[in-house]
Design a protein around this ligand. Structure first.
Ligand code: NAD
Length: 492
């Protein structure tokens, strides 16, 4: 399977992938898949029915026993084949991500790389899935703990990482011997559609990996199907809370990663030449549509004036446009309605008295007048009570709050209901340690603007940013996707 040289302009109607077959959905409901950079439709996505979801779950259920009894090293080999196919098609996949999501090509390449790394980690399954044992827990009695797969797992993904987020779950779930049904975001279904053809080529037995396109109806079908033993979700907090409750009520394992409002603290001793480029990438990378994006800058003491000026001046120079152009720094946001929502937040910031020092509302992108662009936007003199400092905007809008000291900064972070990520820029080990020790966020950056864990660490999150216990990827994944069974033996 080779790399396609060109990106397509029309990907047609998405299919479901069930039991190793490409299946047309019979649903009468469908949506256009939009290229947010151009405002043009590049395909359609069916919103599958509950019955179609049940067919996918049934296929996964039927495939489970044979896959579960396949030796882990053989399961790992199929993952290795998938890894090679992802590698060969990495540029094509990155270009599709740009087309359907709007991020820059470099960001998209990074996303594909992260997906590949998740598969690489999961290929260690024969070692990582091992249990443990102890001889002579009592005279002549041995005890051991084995890990076993559970059955059909489902994953429900958000729009902002069309390809990476499904890979937080897919390779770990199936590596452990489970079978899998993915419901990608209906806003960005093309990347995973393409991945399914690589799954097909990699040689997974039919039914081990399935994909069903859809929206709430498909999600509810997965939550209510008794043959689904566990659910992984990534998306906004209200939906995370709903899915956590509905799936756990039915006795399923659930892990739900929710929304975010991430704070970045700059201490008076921060190295500004290093800090500013990190802030740009954190606040405006992927047009602010990362769950780890910086959203509020807490500038401590004397750093406030010089940092504010340098940050705004550098952000003003960012080139906004279609991410397939390598010179572009920031693409559009995902949809027209999301852009309107972001513009609403900017209006609210002004109305509540924050000072708009960089206004991205009038940004013009040559050749793409219909794209959903918002330029980098910065508010100064925000306060912790303002809407722009409290709610998740999920767009390229930053707010600066001047604070007296680290204590005040950490107090503001603590008051925020979200707890996904927080970063500190400082030359002081003491300040960094205090920050790491105290702040209630799952992912902490120390002189790192986007604290994104590698695939061998869990992607954490606290407070309203996470519902559950075991997180995505890392060692948590092997616990989430296996049951621990204890065996106690005595031979007469
Ligand atoms: P979303 O919650 O709107 O949608 C996520 C998924 O849930 C989609 O597949 C969608 O079809 C489904 N869905 C939407 N509404 C539903 C409903 N009422 N019932 C059942 N299913 C429903 O999120 P989004 O806009 O696609 O993604 C952006 C959000 O995801 C942001 O809040 C962002 O912070 C969050 N996110 C969090 C993390 C993390 O690790 N914590 C990572 C990425 C994104």
């Amino acid at each position: 399977m080779t790399v396609l040289p060109e990106v397509k302009q029309d990907y047609g109607r998405m299919c479901n992938y069930i039991n190793g077959q490409w299946v047309e959905s019979g649903s009468a409901r469908e949506l256009d898949v939009m290229n947010p950079s151009t405002g043009e439709s590049i395909g359609t996505v069916p919103l599958s029915t509950k019955k179609e979801v049940d067919e996918a779950v049934e296929a996964a259920h039927n495939a489970f026993w044979q896959w579960r009894t396949t030796p882990p090293i053989n399961r790992a080999r199929v993952l290795m084949a998938l890894r090679e196919l992802l590698e060969k098609n990495r540029e094509e996949l990155a270009r599709i991500v740009v087309q359907e999501h709007g991020k820059t090509i470099d960001d998209a390449r990074g996303e594909v790389q992260r997906a590949i790394e998740a598969v690489e980690v999961a290929t260690g399954i024969p070692s990582l899935m091992m249990g443990y044992n102890l001889e002579d827990v009592s005279a002549g009695i041995d005890e051991y703990c084995i890990r076993q797969p559970l059955g059909v797992f489902a994953a429900i993904a958000p729009f902002n990482f069309p390809l990476m987020v499904p890979f937080w779950f897919l390779p770990f779930a199936i590596g452990c011997g489970n079978t899998f049904v993915l419901k990608p975001s209906e806003q960005v279904p093309i990347s995973m559609q393409r991945v399914m053809s690589l799954v097909e080529a990699a040689g997974f037995p039919p039914g081990v990996v399935n994909l069903v396109n859809g929206d709430k109806e498909a999600v509810d079908g997965l939550l209510d199907n008794p043959k689904v033993v566990g659910v992984s979700f990534v998306g906004s907090s209200p939906v995370a809370r709903y899915i956590y409750r509905r799936a756990s009520e039915q006795g399923k394992r659930v892990q739900c990663q929710g929304g975010a409002k991430n704070f970045i603290v700059a201490m008076p001793d921060a190295d500004l030449d290093q800090t500013v480029p990190n802030l740009l990438s954190s606040f405006f990378g992927s047009a602010g549509e990362r769950c780890l994006a910086g959203s509020v800058l807490l500038a401590v003491g004397d750093v406030y004036e010089p940092l504010k000026d340098k940050f705004a001046a550098a952000a003003a120079k960012m080139k906004v446009g279609y991410g397939l152009d390598e010179s572009v720094d920031m693409g559009p946001v995902i949809s027209k309605s999301h852009r309107d929502r972001i513009l609403g937040y900017i209006d609210k910031g002004i109305a509540e008295g924050a000072k708009l020092i960089l206004d991205g509302r009038q940004v013009k992108v040559a050749n793409y007048p219909e794209g959903y662009y918002v330029g980098p936007t910065i508010f100064d003199k925000a306060t912790p009570q303002m809407t722009i400092a409290r709610e998740e905007i999920f767009g390229p809008v930053g707010a600066i709050i001047p604070v007296e000291d680290l204590e005040e900064a950490m107090g503001i972070i603590d008051d925020c209901p979200f707890g996904n990520a927080a970063s500190i820029f400082t030359g002081s080990g003491k300040a960094a340690r205090t920050f790491q020790y105290t702040v209630r966020c799952g992912n902490i950056g120390i002189n790192i603007g986007v604290a994104a864990p590698m695939a061998f660490f869990p992607f954490s999150g606290m407070k309203d940013s996470f519902f559950g216990d075991l997180h995505a990827q890392g060692r948590d994944a092997f616990n989430f996707f296996t049951e621990r069974k204890v065996v106690i033996t005595r031979w007469f």
